[in-house]
Design a protein. Structure first.
Length: 277
């Protein structure tokens, strides 16, 4: 199948990009012959503006997939609801958990800033599932991603509010999106909280194919050690990646390491980037 992917929200805008806004967030607009899909919605500072500048009609979105329940991937639901109340929302059952950063006297809430009850009152059909789900022809969610290796542990700064206390958040709701394109398998990543290698291994188990044409999104490697980066890059070679588009939470150190390791295949994804597969 043929897909057109437009980056609506990202941390960076490209050179010469007029009237586009960058934010700490992520949103991809996926267009097929008869479907209009958002993978994440950014944090709500840029979605409406960038969609208008890029000619994307948010009122025509029929499906939203959330990679996980953090504000910088879900806050744009506010803008979307203002113009569209006729879409289906796919996510993991844990996505609406009370997610916080830190456990001090005043931990910062970093979860979805739109109440689930409001979404339901607006008539949004919410589908929560841990398993891989086909959401459109050629497009499947990964479902819950197993933690299989010993070098991609989930960060220790994320917690879930539980009554008066807190529990470590293993980000079980983290998921990716798999596209079956004419050029090969393409994987869209939110933050890769469960690990990019774990994610891609899971993708190959779902598809039955060891090779992946391209990945696009955040890798959450801003604080990764040299040792961790080396292990990840060694494992990434096995997937035969031809394009590696990274941004958001990947971090400059990891970007440079990837660009040096996979010469000619790595690029910084920015707001307004359009890719056809």
């Amino acid at each position: 199948m043929n897909f057109k992917i437009t980056t609506l929200c990202e941390n960076h805008i490209g050179p010469g990009s007029k009237n586009l806004i960058g934010e700490h967030g992520l949103s991809f607009y996926i267009e097929t012959e008869n479907r209009r899909i958002l993978f994440d919605t950014g944090q709500n500072l840029a979605l409406s503006n960038n969609a208008e500048v890029l000619g994307v009609e948010l009122s025509c979105i029929d499906t939203v997939v959330l990679s996980h329940g953090h504000y910088d991937h879900s806050g744009g639901l506010k803008s979307l609801l203002a113009c569209n109340q006729d879409f289906r929302l796919y996510a993991h059952p844990d996505v609406f958990g009370r997610k916080v950063k830190g456990t001090g006297d005043n931990p910062k809430y970093i979860g979805i800033p739109v109440d689930r009850k409001l979404l339901e009152q607006k008539g949004i059909n919410i589908e929560l599932d841990k398993e891989p789900i086909p959401i459109a022809p050629g497009i499947t969610t990964t479902g819950e991603i197993p933690l299989e290796n010993d070098f991609e542990a989930v960060g220790s700064i994320f917690y879930l509010k539980k009554g008066e206390g807190h529990a470590a958040d293993t980000l079980a709701d983290d998921r990716a999106l798999i596209l079956d394109t004419d050029k090969g398998w393409v994987v869209l990543l939110g933050c890769s909280h469960r690990g990019v290698v774990n994610t891609l291994n899971h993708v190959t188990q779902i598809t039955g194919c060891k090779r992946i044409h391209a990945i696009l999104g955040g890798l959450h490697l801003g604080q990764a050690s040299d040792e961790k980066l080396a292990k990840i890059m060694a494992h990434l070679h096995a997937f035969g990646l031809e394009k590696i588009g990274v941004g958001h939470c990947t971090g400059p150190k990891a970007f440079l390491a990837l660009a040096n390791e996979f010469k000619g295949r790595v690029f910084l994804n920015t707001v307004g980037n359009v890719m056809a597969f």
